[in-house]
Each structure stands twice: as structure tokens, then as C-alpha cells.
Design a protein around this ligand. Structure first.
Ligand code: UD1
Ligand code: UDP
Length: 366
């Protein structure tokens, strides 16, 4: 039986690859080996558990406050040893993290074909997101099979010279995940919200936003809550120490702001589906918010999820305190027509069958 190795390392990779792992295992055509780099620990483990997936290998590389190079080096070394021992016929990576890049590079060095899930996302700005734009462009150079979520992503890959026959439009597996969590999943936690409160959900973690940008976002959230008495802000804090320090300094003891440990994915998806407004710099949350039709301010100056902007659900808000506050205040006005125009679900990121399409492709071609 052919061996397919699927590599996960961070929370979003687990969420976007677990539906595929389940689908590939269900088909029974290949021996599926799940390798965790452990680039994240708590946030990865809880996401995997929510889907009932257990890794076969765990490199356990995470260190507090790890640098990009140190994590890359540990993953390269660990992956090389596993690939040498297990000799898979295909290595599947997802997205643009250090795990995806380093695992792809390890496979490339050993001349093992690479399948890239969520291929072709681009801003064409190397510093935003950093270092993810470099990672995903580099993975595209190394991969044999590009699973593009959208037509736009495919066009980017074609423009960069990838062969059309190597690119497959599948939709994004995050919509598959959303289907699973909202239909089969049982939230592990209850987040106690006051009755009739409007929920403002805020997350931030991007490396290029550490420092002044994240502090600007946090101050904007504080002012929005202070000016809208029926709004409660729920802020799941990413484990990154930089993010936690800034949030604790600016949001601590502010009434109607709940800083919470990041809920596992089933709880988080339920929370998201009840949000009035989302403010985030996350990639995955942009896609989920569009699928659910939850108006979202993206605290960045560019996004690779332009389909969500065109669908009208996402708005770029930048990272400047005044800009985020002004736009947020406008949308939180209960009479805002602009808000109502944004509040419509869209299937631009997928229909929940992306994993099945990837599995169909592998059945035909592997
Ligand atoms: C990483 C990815 C980013 C992705 C994000 C998802 C890279 C370069 N960055 O960023 O693309 O959007 O994950 O969340 O791959 N930590 C914990 N426990 C955890 C997770 C993180 O303590 O479960 C802390 C550790 O101190 C760690 C730090 O967070 O050193 C940063 O983690 P890292 O994976 O390097 O970067 P992220 O900012 O999480
Ligand atoms: N998420 C979660 N709990 C949280 C915050 C986010 O399960 O407290 C999920 C979210 O639904 C999405 C993914 O984590 O699927 C996004 O991860 P993150 O924002 O860390 O990374 P990005 O998508 O920006 O790479």
C-alpha cells in the first residue's frame, strides 16, 4: 500500500487537515501517516483532539518564544529522519507556516513528491504576512500537486509558471471543518455572555503586527466597548507571549471585555457563528466568517483572501487605532445599512467538499 504522510504543526493546519485525514483514512486506499511537528503544543493538541485524530509521529519542536530559524532547523532535522525511515510516496502540507515550509523542503531534498493544500494564496508583499508569503511562494516552487482553494489562487499559480495540469481547484478544507464542527461537534466550553449583548469577537497574532500595530488594535477594541454599552468583546488570547503581554496590559479589568484561553475549535466555531462583528488578523477566521456571513474587519493592510472582500463580508481596516475604531463604530451603529450589506454568507471559499475532491484526485493519480 502506498504511504501518504500528512504534516501538521500549528492550530490552523490541524483544523484544515483533519477533515482531509479523516477522508483519506475512510477511503482505505493508502497507509496514512500523520506527522505532527509540534510547532504549537496546546493549541495544536486541542484542535487534533476535537477531530479525533492522533499523530503517528511527534517532533515536539515548540519552545517558548521560538525564533523562525530555530523552529525551521528543528523541523528540518526531525522531518529528514522520519522521511528517511518511513519513505512515503507523497508528503502533504497545508498553507504557509514554518511547519509547511520546512516539511516541504525536507521532502524536496529527499525527492519525495509534495502535495500542497491551500496553494496559490498571495499578497505579493514579502513582509505581509511575514514570513508566510515567502513560505507559500517557496512551497509552490517545490510542490508537484497544487490544491488551490479558489479560481484566484489557481490564476496566481498559472501566472507564476506552474503547469495547469498540476493545479486542482478544490475549495478550502476549512469549510469542511466548519461543517463537521457545527453539525457533529459538541462544544467543550460554555462562554457565559450576558443576554441581549452583541458579541464582538477579537483575535490577533500575526508576527508583522507585534508591537505598535497590535497595541493600536487593542486600544480600538477598548474604545469600541466603552462607547457601545450593549457590546461584549470576547478575546481568545493566542498563546504567543507577545500577544498575551500586550492584551493583558491594555484590556485587563476593562468592563465587558472577556480575555479567555483560546477555546477548542468546536466551541470557537459556535462562538463565531453567534458573533455580531469580528475583528481579526487571522487567515482562517476570515474564511470562516465569510462562509457564515459574519461581518469582519481585517486588521491588516492587505489580504490574500480577496474573494471575501469581493463577497462583501470582509473589510480591510489596517492596524491603526483610529481607523479600526471609526470603522468599528460605524458598523456597530444598530442602524448601519453598511453592516446589513456585509451580513450575508458566501460560498467563495468552498462548499464543504474540498477533502473529497483532493482524495478523488489522489485516487486517480497516485
Ligand atoms: C504560527 C504561524 C502562523 C500561523 C499561526 C497560527 C509561522 C511562522 N507562523 O504563528 O503562520 O498563522 O501559527 O496560530 O509558522 N505558543 C504556545 N503554545 C501553543 C502555540 C504557541 O505556547 O500552543 C507560543 C510559544 O511561545 C511559541 C509562540 O507561541 O514560541 C509562537 O509560536 P509560533 O508557531 O512560532 O508562531 P505563531 O505566532 O503561533
Ligand atoms: N481558532 C480556534 N480557537 C481560537 C481562535 C481560533 O479554534 O480561540 C481557530 C479558528 O476557527 C480558525 C483557526 O483557529 O480555524 C485560525 O487559526 P489562527 O488564527 O491561529 O491562524 P491563521 O488562520 O491566521 O493562520
Amino acid at each position: 500500500m502506498e504511504r501518504v504522510m500528512i504534516v501538521v504543526g500549528t492550530r490552523p493546519e490541524a483544523i484544515k487537515l483533519c477533515p482531509l485525514i479523516r477522508e483519506l483514512k475512510k477511503r482505505g486506499r493508502w497507509e496514512i501517516l500523520v506527522c505532527s511537528t509540534g510547532q504549537h503544543r496546546a493549541m495544536l493538541d486541542s484542535a487534533m483532539e476535537a477531530f479525533g485524530v492522533r499523530p503517528d509521529f511527534d517532533l515536539d519542536v515548540m519552545r517558548t518564544g521560538q525564533t523562525l530559524s530555530s523552529a525551521t532547523a528543528r523541523i528540518l532535522k526531525g522531518m529528514d529522519e522520519i522521511l528517511a525511515a518511513e519513505k512515503p510516496s507523497l508528503v502533504m502540507v497545508q498553507g504557509d507556516t514554518t511547519t509547511a515550509f520546512a516539511a516541504a523542503l525536507s521532502a524536496f531534498h529527499r525527492r519525495i513528491p509534495i502535495g500542497h493544500v491551500e496553494a496559490g494564496l498571495r499578497t505579493y508583499h514579502m513582509d505581509s504576512p511575514f514570513p508566510e508569503e515567502f513560505h507559500r511562494e517557496a512551497i509552490s516552487l517545490m510542490a508537484s500537486y497544487h490544491f488551490a482553494p479558489t479560481v484566484t489562487a489557481k490564476k496566481n499559480l498559472v501566472k507564476e509558471g506552474r503547469r495547469e495540469s498540476s493545479i486542482h481547484i478544490t475549495g478550502n478544507t476549512v469549510v469542511d471543518a466548519l461543517r463537521i464542527t457545527l453539525t457533529e461537534g459538541k462544544p467543550m466550553r460554555e462562554i457565559p455572555l450576558p443576554r441581549d449583548a452583541r458579541l464582538l469577537l477579537f483575535t490577533a497574532h500575526r508576527r508583522e503586527n507585534h508591537g505598535a500595530p497590535i497595541r493600536g488594535m487593542l486600544r480600538a477594541i477598548k474604545r469600541l466597548v466603552e462607547t457601545c454599552p450593549d457590546v461584549v468583546a470576547v478575546c481568545p488570547l493566542h498563546h504567543n507571549p507577545e500577544v498575551r503581554a500586550a492584551a493583558n496590559e491594555i484590556l485587563r479589568n476593562v468592563p465587558r471585555i472577556m480575555m479567555i484561553e483560546p477555546p477548542e475549535i468546536v466551541t470557537f466555531h459556535h462562538l463565531l457563528s453567534h458573533a455580531y462583528l469580528v475583528i481579526t488578523d487571522s487567515g482562517g477566521i476570515q474564511e470562516e466568517a465569510v462562509a457564515l456571513g459574519i461581518p469582519t474587519l481585517v486588521t491588516r493592510f492587505s489580504t490574500e483572501r480577496t474573494e471575501g472582500i469581493r463577497a462583501g463580508v470582509l473589510r480591510l481596516a489596517g492596524t491603526d487605532e483610529e481607523g479600526i475604531f471609526a470603522l468599528g463604530q460605524r458598523l456597530l451603529d444598530p442602524k448601519s445599512e453598511e453592516y446589513l450589506l456585509m451580513k450575508k454568507p458566501s460560498a467563495v471559499f468552498g462548499d464543504g467538499k474540498a477533502s473529497a475532491r483532493i482524495a478523488d484526485f489522489l485516487e486517480k493519480n497516485l
